[in-house]
Design a protein around this ligand. Sequence first.
Ligand SMILES: [Zn+2]
Length: 306
Amino acid sequence: MARKKPKQALSLSFDIPPEVWATIIMRLVQLGWLAWSKQVKITPQSAAKLVDVHWEAIRRAIRKYQSWASLLPDEYPGPVTQHSLFQPRICGTPDSVQAVGEPCKWPHKEITYSVLGTLPGVGDADFKAAAERAAKQWDDACGVGMFYKVNLRTANVILTVADLGGPGGVLADSMLPCGAAANDVMQQRYDSREIWFAGEGPPLQGRIHLEAVIAHEMGHALGLPHLAPNGPVALMQPFYRGDILRIQPPDAAEVVTRYGANTPPSPPPPPPPPGDPPVRYRIKGTNIAVDVMTLEPLPLPHVARI
Ligand SMILES: [Zn+2]
């Protein structure tokens, strides 16, 4: 009797070495597409077995990522998917942010922030000024007001400085307010090892535009996730571009769904024009009135007064 042929390990049915599987799994976890227990260590030695044991979850994560990134959702992490997954990121905030039930947002519309820490090469006043300009971009785009607070204990969002790895790594990251209370505090981190440009306008050659990065992180602080990288150009896409310095229409559309549109106070009604009011004639047998000088139809409310 012939022996049953041993089943080939699932991970080996793809032409992907175990060490690459290990990096793919870790990246999916890092970017928020795959939930993973910290107890289960991911190593090149264990990767093949992990793929087999956790294939359903890994497959779903790959498919969700491919769909989000406008790639062919074939559940195969080939070169195209790997290239997209490992592209350098503007920030370390996970892509996949979901609140249970409703959109991720603050319950109130007056969001406060403060700055704690010093970025090398950037004056503290310039750091604060860049934060204020970035916050104003969101102020202008939707129904929130973002206010700077000197007192850190009363601020919702604290901008801090940390070593995030320097050039080539992420520039910053931010917590999100999913399910937050109005007095909650959350933190952002800006990389102490980048070469920042804190001025207005286009950045100097080789420098990272601080206002643009803060504006991106403030988007997270308002509850926005990363927008898909292959969609219309947006500041909330996960890759840094030195030529996108302000929020774009897709960013504004996303934040308006959470906080409503910016509604500036309506201007006072214009004073009535000088001179006599128009002489009106009602057209017999109709509800239509016309100005006797211009023969223009007049609004219906005037009809009753003729
Ligand atoms: Zn981000």
